[in-house]
Design a protein around this ligand. Structure first.
Ligand SMILES: [Zn+2]
Length: 208
């Protein structure tokens, strides 16, 4: 019954959709999950492998003479899905539109959630590549502008540059801790913005 809810590929996932996916993950039995079974007694179950000794997420039971039904875990006790069926019309026993259990919902929505999350990862990666290219270009352009500035050795590794836009002197020691441009100078603004973006890039690279 689930339909992918995000827009066409390339559109960001909404905060509401991300929160809904996160909630489904939080409410489901902890993963990873794995199918396990015992053929000699005709048993098959989905196990939570994060619990030592394993814990059944879902198994199966008879349903009438011919059919079977899933069985879900609620606080360590197995309950047949019959108990959680969503029947929109109480007088219509033939109409079932869902199973009201966190693990059942997680499985159902995973088919839409995973492709949407993958599309979001692709989109964000493209954004990052474009951002990095923009930073590199802006850096080069500022480098050209900066090479035209009047420059004086200050102390040690630091230099004083006279901004070709606002005529203020900037003390450059690699940290841009004393920009010294007028507040509305676009070159000063570009230099502080770029320094901030560079720091952000460095943080990302440092992440595990
Ligand atoms: Zn300036």
């Amino acid at each position: 019954m689930s339909i992918a809810q995000n827009g066409p590929e390339g559109k960001p996932l909404s905060d509401e959709r991300l929160a809904a996916i996160q909630a489904r993950c939080n409410q489901a039995t902890p993963g990873p999950w794995g199918w396990r079974g015992n053929g000699s007694v005709h048993q098959l179950w989905l196990n939570s492998l994060s619990v030592s000794g394993g814990m059944i997420v879902m198994t199966f039971a008879r349903w009438g003479m011919q059919q079977g039904q899933p069985v879900f875990n609620v606080d360590g006790i197995l309950h047949k899905a019959e108990e959680f069926l969503i029947r929109p019309q109480s007088h219509n026993p033939w109409l079932i539109v869902g199973v009201d259990h966190p693990d059942a919902r997680f499985m159902e929505e995973a088919r839409s959630d995973v492709p949407d999350l993958l599309a979001e990862v692709r989109r964000l990666r493209i954004d990052l590549v474009e951002r990095d290219a923009a930073i590199a270009l802006a850096d080069d352009m500022l480098g050209v502008l900066w090479s035209k500035s009047r420059r004086m050795a200050d102390d040690g590794e630091a230099y004083l540059h006279q901004c070709i836009e606002c005529d203020q002197w900037e003390r450059w020691d690699g940290s841009l801790n004393r920009p010294g441009h007028t507040p509305d100078c676009l070159i000063g603004l570009a230099r502080t913005t770029l320094a901030r973006l560079r720091a952000l890039q460095a943080e990302e690279v440092g992440q595990p």
